[in-house]
Each structure stands twice: as structure tokens, then as C-alpha cells.
Design a protein around this ligand. Structure first.
Ligand SMILES: C[S@@+](CC[C@H](N)C(=O)[O-])C[C@H]1O[C@@H](n2cnc3c(N)ncnc32)[C@H](O)[C@@H]1O
Length: 221
């Protein structure tokens, strides 16, 4: 199955030109940040240390966690430049790098107390999903926590349905797979198959038929 992760750059160039604040509107960002903050209240979440966001975009999520030493990686140079502007504006120190989440070789083994999946895992297609998980596993500390936030479940949005391949469970545009929307069971299974231990999970159900269920999975090595 063909995919092209670099297409996200075009999206960010368009968003920046049109005066948007980032990938999502402010209401959606606030909702995402609140969901994450809620999950991070759990007693097993490390309170300090190195935090990495995979697919950090403009930093809308990670820059809210300045009690950690922050690291972010995204395939889009425009998103990373934008994230750096946001960090500077708010006087937040963060190591933000352009790069592919399938190659985390810039980070040492066992380096991060927390890894956040910034809705990036559902952008990762087919066998690359195993590479995503094994790369994250390598850089996560044995006592660390990874939080995955990913679209899942039945497709009810007519626009998505039109491009959704039931066989691969991918959204496809012009022969390129752009998103994977698996069932909850399949997603949990692939995370466990990669060697993660699932500590908790939460399903956030869609608010409307043109929305998508979201699965949060909290796991450790
Ligand atoms: C749905 S957006 C979310 C962005 C950001 N986390 C947020 O909440 O605003 C998914 C992000 O993953 C990034 N991404 C997709 N595939 C990637 C890859 N292979 N390597 C690095 N980043 C990738 C995209 O550029 C995009 O910024």
C-alpha cells in the first residue's frame, strides 16, 4: 500500500497561509489538551523527566507540559518552525526537530519518561505501524509511559466513507493511504504484539456522525 507522510507539509503551508492557529481549531485543541490532562492525573504517570511528542505539529499539545523537559518531532518543517515560534512566544524550552517518527535514532535508548502520540499513529500505515511502535519502545524508559491517542471504530462520516477501504481500514486518496482507522480490538492487539503492556484505555465516543471515535491507550514497556 502506497503512502506519503511528507504530504503533511503541504497541509501546514496551507494552514499557515490561511491564518489558522495550527492543525486543529482552538476548541478542538482545548478538548485534546483537557482529555490528556485528565489521563495524566493517574498516579502512575511520571511527574518529571523527558517527554517526547510523536507528530507534535505546531506544539499545541506538548507545549502545555512545561514541567517536563520537552522534545517534539514532526515530518513537516513548516510545523516545526511554527512550533518553535509558539515555544519562543511562551518562553518555553523545547527541543523540536523535523524528522520521521519511523526513525528515532537521534534519541538514545530508554530516554523518555513519557511519550505522547499526538494523533500521529493513525497517520502511519501498514507495516510502518510496527516500526512506529518498536522505535517508541526503544526510546521509552523501562519505568516510562506511552500515551497513544488514535481514531478508531465504525466510520459514520459520509466524506470519510467515500474514501474508506474496508479491506485495509485505510482512508485512501488517489491511491495513497492517508489514515488507518482500525477497530479497538485490532489496535489494542497490535500495541500488545509490539511488546507493550496496556495499563489503561479509554474510548472517547464521537459527538456527531461526522466525527470519529478516539481511543486512548496508556501503556508501558
Ligand atoms: C493529526 S496531526 C496532529 C498534530 C499535533 N499533534 C496536534 O495535536 O496539533 C498529525 C501530525 O503527525 C505528523 N506526522 C504524520 N506522519 C508523520 C511521520 N511519519 N513522521 C513524523 N510526523 C508525522 C503530521 O505532520 C501532523 O503534524
Amino acid at each position: 500500500m502506497k503512502t506519503d507522510y511528507s504530504r503533511h507539509e503541504k497541509v501546514y503551508v496551507r494552514l499557515k497561509k490561511s491564518g489558522k492557529t495550527g492543525w486543529d481549531d482552538e476548541e478542538c485543541v482545548a478538548d485534546n489538551v483537557n482529555s490528556l490532562m485528565e489521563l495524566m492525573q493517574a498516579e502512575y504517570i511520571p511527574r518529571f523527566g523527558n517527554m517526547l511528542e510523536l507528530g507534535c505539529g505546531t506544539g499545541d499539545l506538548i507545549l502545555n507540559f512545561s514541567n517536563y523537559k520537552l522534545f517534539g518531532i514532526d515530518i513537516s518543517p513548516t510545523a516545526i518552525a511554527w512550533a518553535k515560534e509558539n515555544a519562543d512566544k511562551n518562553n518555553i524550552n523545547a527541543d523540536l526537530q523535523t524528522g520521521n517518527v519511523l526513525d528515532l535514532s537521534r534519541y538514545p535508548d530508554d530516554f523518555f519518561e513519557i511519550i505522547l502520540d499526538g494523533h500521529c499513529f493513525h497517520c502511519i500505515i501498514a507495516d510502518d505501524r510496527k516500526i512506529f511502535l518498536s522505535s517508541a519502545m526503544r526510546v521509552l524508559r523501562p519505568s516510562g509511559i506511552m500515551i497513544i491517542a488514535t481514531m478508531c471504530g465504525e466510520i459514520t462520516d459520509e466524506n470519510i466513507k467515500e474514501h474508506f477501504n474496508e479491506g485495509t481500514r485505510c482512508i485512501e486518496h488517489n491511491g495513497f493511504a492517508t489514515r488507518y482507522i482500525g477497530s479497538v480490538d485490532d489496535i489494542l492487539d497490535e500495541i500488545q504484539q509490539a511488546g507493550f503492556r496496556i495499563i489503561d484505555k479509554k474510548l472517547k465516543t464521537r459527538k456527531s456522525m461526522d466525527d470519529q471515535d478516539e481511543l486512548f491507550v496508556i501503556c508501558s514497556k
